[in-house]
Design a protein around this ligand. Structure first.
Ligand code: MN
Ligand code: MN
Length: 279
C-alpha cells in the first residue's frame, strides 16, 4: 500500500494521455490523438509560453506521465478511473488528453471522490447526455448523463451546444444542466463558479473551419479565439481538465493538431496559475 495521499506531489500538474476510442459511435481515430497533441505543444514553429507569459518549457510545476496502456484491459471505465484516482490521491491536478469523450465519465468518477462540490465547464457542440447510445451506456454520447445521475458534479455548464435533439433538451432539464447554446450567441459569456472547476473540452465545440479533425463536424461553432477566451476567462479555480475528440484521421495538414496544442498550452497555463502554492 502506497502512502501517496500524504506525500508531497512531485508536480502540481500532471499531463496524461488516454488513447481510448472504443466507445465512439461513428468513427474511430481519437485514440491516436495524444502523441500528436503533445508534438503540437512542443512544435518548434512556436514556443511554450502561454499568452499570460508563463513559459511551460522552464516551468517545473508540471510533468508528462505519457499515455495509459490499454493492452489487456477488459474494464476500461474502471481502469481509467483507477489511474486518475491514483494520481489525484498524490495531490496533483490533472490534464487528460483523449481519446473520445467517453473517458470523461471515469475521470469524473475519480474527481467526484476528491472534490465534494465539483463544477464542470463543458465545451462541446453536443450535450452528451444520452441515457444510452447504440445500446452503450458508456458511449461518448453519454458521459454527462452518468456523471449527473451519480451526483458527481454540483453544477454542469455546457457552452457551445448547437446540436441537441428534444431527447437531450429533456435530459438537460431533468438534470438541471445550464446550457449556453449558440442560437442566440453574440459574445462569449462570463461563466462564474465558486469552488473547484473541471474543464471538459470537446474539440468539436470549435467551428470545423478552425478544427476539421473531429469525428462529428458541426458547422456554426466557436472560433479558436473564443475558446481560448473561455479557458482564460471563467471565474473559479481550475483543478482538472480534459481535451478530447481530436481525430487525426479527419485532420487536414495538422491544422486541428496545432489548435489542440495551443488549447493545451493555455489549459496547462491556467492549471498552473490556479494550483495551490507548494509549501
Ligand atoms: Mn461533441
Ligand atoms: Mn463530446
Amino acid at each position: 500500500m502506497e502512502h501517496s495521499a500524504t506525500k508531497k506531489p512531485a508536480a502540481a500538474v500532471i499531463l496524461l494521455g488516454i488513447p481510448f476510442d472504443d466507445y465512439s459511435s461513428y468513427l474511430r481515430g481519437a485514440a491516436e490523438a495524444p502523441p500528436l497533441i503533445r508534438r503540437a505543444l512542443r512544435d518548434e514553429a512556436s514556443n511554450m509560453t502561454t499568452e499570460n507569459g508563463s513559459d511551460l518549457a522552464k516551468e517545473i510545476g508540471w510533468r508528462d506521465d505519457g499515455d495509459l496502456n490499454f493492452d489487456g484491459v477488459t474494464a476500461p471505465v474502471a481502469f481509467i478511473a483507477a489511474e486518475v484516482q491514483r494520481r489525484l490521491a498524490a495531490g496533483a491536478q490533472l490534464c487528460l488528453l483523449g481519446g473520445d469523450h467517453s473517458v470523461t465519465y471515469p475521470i469524473i468518477r475519480a474527481f467526484g471522490e476528491r472534490y465534494l462540490r465539483l463544477n464542470i465547464l463543458h465545451l462541446d457542440a453536443h450535450p452528451d447526455l444520452y441515457d444510452e447510445f447504440q445500446g452503450n451506456r458508456y458511449s461518448h454520447a453519454c458521459p454527462f448523463a452518468r456523471i449527473l445521475e451519480e451526483g458527481l458534479a454540483a453544477r454542469v455548464v455546457q457552452v457551445g451546444i448547437r446540436s441537441a435533439p428534444e431527447e437531450l433538451r429533456r435530459q438537460a432539464r431533468r438534470f438541471g444542466v445550464e446550457t449556453v447554446g449558440l442560437a442566440d450567441w453574440s459574445a462569449a459569456p462570463r461563466v462564474e463558479f465558486s469552488g473547484p472547476v473541471y474543464l471538459s473540452l470537446d474539440m468539436d465545440v470549435l467551428d470545423p473551419a478552425f478544427a476539421p479533425g473531429v469525428s462529428h463536424r458541426e458547422p456554426g461553432g466557436l472560433s479558436t479565439r473564443e475558446v481560448i477566451g473561455l479557458i482564460q476567462g471563467f471565474a473559479g479555480r481550475l483543478v482538472g481538465a480534459d481535451l478530447v475528440e481530436y481525430n487525426p484521421s479527419r485532420d487536414t495538414d495538422g491544422q486541428t493538431a496545432a489548435v489542440a496544442g495551443k488549447l493545451l498550452k493555455e489549459i496547462l497555463g491556467r492549471l498552473l496559475r490556479d494550483a495551490p502554492a507548494s509549501a
